[in-house]
Design a protein around this ligand. Structure first.
Ligand code: PA5
Length: 424
């Protein structure tokens, strides 16, 4: 289970004084009576998920792996970040897996899209288009372009067989399109919002195509559900409470820190989860992320001695997936032989300990320390579930509905007006 170490927080948190409030919030999450309660389907989803659809995901992933060499995942926000985070965290940035996963539908950027389309011209690819509403412009536009390319390459009939659509069960433009062309369909349940959907087909199909053990991922989520669902006194809620207390104490920014470049996208998922859930009614922590030790050579100066606006949540993976032993060098001109025989994980951990002490003890930057046993499918499932529970607790402590995003509509309206969309 994930451990929360608070010895570098620089203050004591009076957990007992929140016990009653947290119990009430916990009950409202469990009984699905809290604000936004029609979006609490994720809470017991690791138990209630559709087992038949799960088998269909496994079968389609196998089919895709056997018949194509590339999958284009077309989605944005909650319809993309979880899958990308999981695939990069587990498979790394230069995976040896033969299946290539490419992301589209998350941008309008012409040079990005043009390059992706050019790259796909030479590929035998399938598409997983993901959109709950079915009307998100970035995704719909990306899909239109990639679908056109595929139809030109292999013809309409074969193209339709290569499209897998994940959307609402009952409504939306993507559902209509899928029915018309006969795409294989997966469901994003109505009571689960995008940023809480990584355990549905939204996350699972791309992950399974990437060769990830999605059963282990769901087992980890279930372990999280059992641990953080059995009572109000648990590490996920404590993390939620500490964030809330630090916000009240005058720290408006939380920086999620990892020591591994393959977790950059996990940071992006985390930022969306907390930012879109909590940032409402002119309140909420600004979620930021950094990768150390890389960013110690850029942001490190600010964190140590800049404006005292932030606290850090440092994620430690106790047993990394791989390790490397540092060799001896005869000349020792680089003066590194003192590290001979040590592992890179040893060095990375010392960098982490030294940095936490420097930031917390010298810089007075509160440090929360999250310890995760390993980064495999099981522990990642548990971790993502942990963050969802923590996020719900933080939002409710702040009297915020964690499951809507009213502010996102404003840019869309302006953009539609400027684009000349009928009705805007
Ligand atoms: O978390 C959310 O609800 C959003 O980030 C959505 O996932 C995102 O806007 C994409 O929406 P849709 O799946 O409807 O295309």
């Amino acid at each position: 289970m994930i451990k929360l170490q608070l010895d570098r927080l620089g203050r004591n948190i009076d957990f007992a004084s929140y016990a009653k409030e947290m119990e009430a919030i916990h009950a409202s999450i469990e009984n699905k009576t809290g604000a936004g309660n029609d979006y609490l389907g994720w809470v017991d989803y690791p138990n209630t998920y559709d087992k038949e659809e799960f088998q269909k995901i496994l079968a389609c992933a196998k089919e895709i792996r056997e018949n194509y060499d590339c999958l284009v995942v077309c989605g944005i926000g909650g319809s993309y970040l979880g899958a990308r985070a999981a695939i990069e965290a587990l498979n790394g940035l230069y995976p040896e897996d033969k299946m290539e996963i490419i992301f589209l539908g998350q941008t309008f950027a012409p040079s990005y899209i043009a390059q992706v389309l050019r790259h796909l011209e030479k590929k035998n690819f399938a598409i997983n288009v993901i959109s709950k509403s079915g009307t998100t412009t970035e995704t719909a536009l990306g899909f239109r372009l990639v679908k056109e390319l595929l139809e030109k390459k292999v013809g309409k009939e074969k193209a339709a067989k290569a499209v897998y659509a994940t959307t609402d069960k009952e409504k939306g433009a993507l559902l209509d399109l899928s029915k018309k062309y006969g795409y294989t369909r997966f469901v994003l349940p109505a009571d689960i919002g995008g940023r809480y959907s990584v355990f549905t087909a939204v996350g699972l199909l791309p992950m399974a195509v990437a060769g990830i053990d999605i059963q282990a991922f769901m087992d980890g989520a279930k372990a999280g559900m059992e641990e953080y669902g059995k009572g109000a006194d648990n590490e996920a809620y404590r993390y939620g409470l500490v964030r809330h207390e630090l916000y009240k104490a005058g720290y408006p920014v939380e920086m999620f820190v990892s020591y591994e470049p393959r977790f950059v996208q996990l940071g992006e998922w985390w930022k969306q989860l907390f930012g879109e859930s909590e940032g409402k009614e002119h309140t909420g922590l600004l979620p930021d992320s950094a990768t150390f030790s890389t960013d110690l050579h850029s942001l490190g100066q600010f964190i140590q001695e800049g404006s005292p606006v932030l606290f850090e949540t440092v994620m430690e993976i106790q047993h990394p997936a791989e390790d490397v032993v540092i060799p001896n060098d005869e000349d020792n001109l680089d003066k590194l032989n003192y590290l001979e025989g040590k592992t890179l994980d040893f060095v990375n951990k010392k960098a982490m300990e030294g940095t936490m002490d420097a930031h917390a003890n010298v810089g007075n930057v509160p440090n929360l320390h999250l310890q995760v046993e390993a980064m495999d499918a099981y522990h990642l499932g548990q971790l993502m579930y942990f963050f969802m529970r923590a996020c719900a607790m933080s939002c409710y402590l702040n009297h915020i509905n964690p499951f809507n995003q009213p502010g996102v509509e404003i840019y869309k309206k302006n953009m539609f007006h400027l684009l000349g969309k009928p009705g805007f």
